[in-house]
Write a protein that binds this ligand. Structure first.
Ligand code: XMP
Length: 525
């Protein structure tokens, strides 16, 4: 599979992955490389375009990340964003200095007419600025193509050399015409045709896997999450019965989740593969009895997973390939950034490959961002509820039950969580229906119920109760590193509270967690 390629050279900008995602949304394949990438490697990759990201440094300071002048002499169009724009000017003989006025946030920008990069952009447009330094003098050959009240060179171009420098961030949604600008760059300036599509990805991946696997045996640890499910379908379509999926139900899954996974991948599902469901709940509860320390719980759950998986793998015998659901952000974050050909194995379950006798790892989703994995899942006919599933931690409900885990507590948190997700889901659908399909501004990126270890006194039907309190969590986040609690409407919360108290015997109090991250984490343990 040889797609046309645009590369992003990363100078430490917080939006590096976002830039690549935006390019890919334009149906152009894009990879991220560290600024340490060798020029020879770039020549070998032969990209149609190069984008330089922002970064926290000042390009004129000693030791700041930079790139040799040669980069701008390859004849390949280069688009510098923020730091990337400043670096381009600095390297080519312009001047970058501390700006008299720091620009931050949405900023009115005036763009020049007739500039290809700004085709379809109004003369006055809103962009997202975030910079201390500014371009005080352009390098020879450049002309200014946009400015703001405080920034004389908000964008510049050298059309002959196809070099473009923009001070703002087109990748951020606050830049109203950001998508258009990036599209202009990849299509009009780099001349891309847009051959990166998820339907053809699935098709050619299946073919590629078939060729690689031959008549070998393949093993996959299926968690029921998006990545492993999509990987399973790709493999199933490619090699059918040569694939065995082992699904460990550790008794810490969400309500009905085990059965849902079995329905899709088991014998009554659409795929002709070997599906092994291991019902290991009792084993887990036994191991977890009396343990309340979070790290200890996580360790026990992780280790037990490996043990169960290993037992099943032994029954299957020697396999040739082990499938992992690694996705592109894992590759970027591991620092490989495509610079190395060495395959580093990622897994949600620590140490898996060490215990299994296999020859090679297959990572069919290694090039994809999460939204692309979802698109492939839909292409392959996976149900929407599975494809758009929220992130769910490997240790599952084990870390959403504060303190000791047992079967009864699992039931309480499963039932409460089910009600919560159902009601929030309904409210989100209703909002979208009433607002032309628009998502509610309070739409959480992750929401779930947890069982606190607190029991308190209540009164129900004239009787005293002494039951558990459930905590509801909902967060909005971009990268899950920081998060704010989502403002779920009061009436939705009240419905959830009423239903939980009435329907979940053993719970008599419902609380809403307002804590942001930091100082809190998203999960409770
Ligand atoms: P925290 O609680 O650290 O969670 O704020 C951030 C995101 O990571 C998920 N999470 C996990 N995912 N294994 C996983 O695969 C884990 O052990 C784990 N712990 C937390 C969490 O659900 C949230 O999306």
């Amino acid at each position: 599979m040889q797609n046309e390629l645009v590369i992003v050279i990363d100078f430490g900008g917080q939006y590096n992955q976002l830039v690549a995602r935006r390019v890919r949304e334009n149906n152009v394949y894009c990879e991220i490389y560290s600024y340490k990438i060798d020029i020879e490697k770039i020549k070998e990759l032969n990209p149609k375009g190069i984008i330089l990201t922002g970064g926290p440094n000042s390009c004129y300071e000693e030791g700041a990340p930079s790139y040799s002048k040669e980069l701008f002499e390859l004849g390949i169009p280069v688009l510098g964003l923020c730091y990337g724009a400043q670096l381009m000017m600095h390297t080519l003989g312009g001047k970058v200095e501390k700006a008299p006025v720091r620009e931050y946030g949405k900023t009115a920008t005036f763009v020049n007419n007739g500039v290809e990069l700004f085709d379809g952009v109004e003369d006055e447009t809103t962009v997202w600025m975030s910079h201390f330094d500014y371009i005080s003098k352009m390098a020879d050959g450049f002309e200014e193509i946009a400015h703001t009240a405080d920034c004389p060179v908000a964008a510049a171009q050298d059309e002959t050399r196809k070099l473009y420098a923009i001070q703002f961030h087109p990748e951020v949604l606050h830049t109203v015409r950001g998508k258009q600008i990036l599209s202009n760059f990849v299509y009009k300036i780099c001349g891309c045709a847009g051959d990166w599509r998820m339907d053809s990805f699935a098709e050619s991946k299946i073919k590629e896997i078939r060729e690689k696997v031959g008549d070998g045996k393949v093993l996959l640890a299926l968690s029921g999450g998006v990545d492993s499910s999509v990987a399973a379908v790709l493999l199933a379509k490619a090699v059918g019965k040569q694939l065995t999926c082992v699904f460990v139900d550790h008794g810490l899954l969400r309500k009905n989740e085990g059965d849902e996974v079995e329905q899709i991948f088991g014998p009554s599902g659409d795929y002709d593969l070997n599906f092994v469901r291991v019902n290991a709940a009792d084993r887990y509860y036994e191991k977890l009895a009396g343990v309340d320390e979070p790290e200890k719980k996580r360790k026990i759950i992780g280790e037990e997973f490996i043990r169960v998986f290993e037992e099943e793998a032994k029954k299957i015998g020697k396999v040739d390939f082990l499938v992992q659901g690694t996705i592109y952000p894992d590759v970027v974050e591991s620092g490989l950034g495509g610079e190395s050909a060495v395959i580093k194995s990622h897994h949600n379950v620590g140490g898996l490959p060490d215990y299994v006798d296999f020859k090679e790892i297959i990572e069919p989703l290694r090039d994809l961002f999460k939204d692309e994995v979802r698109k492939v899942g839909l292409e392959l006919g996976l149900p929407e509820y599975l494809v758009f599933r929220q992130p769910f931690p490997g240790p599952g409900l084990g870390i959403r039950i504060i303190g000791e885990v047992n079967a009864e507590k699992v039931r309480l948190v499963q039932d409460a969580d089910y009600i919560y997700r159902e009601e929030v889901g309904k409210a989100l659908d209703k909002y979208a229906e009433e607002h032309d399909g628009e998502a509610a501004p309070w739409k959480p990126d992750q929401y779930f119920a947890a069982l606190t270890n607190m029991r308190s006194v209540g009164v129900m039907g004239d009787e005293r109760t002494y039951d558990y309190a459930v905590a509801l969590r909902a967060v909005q986040t971009i990268d899950f590193m920081t998060a704010e609690s989502a403002q779920i409407p009061w009436e939705v919360l009240q419905t959830v509270m009423n239903r939980i108290i009435n329907e979940v015997k053993g719970v008599n109090r419902v609380m809403y967690d307002l804590t942001s991250k930091p100082p809190g984490t998203i999960e409770f343990e």
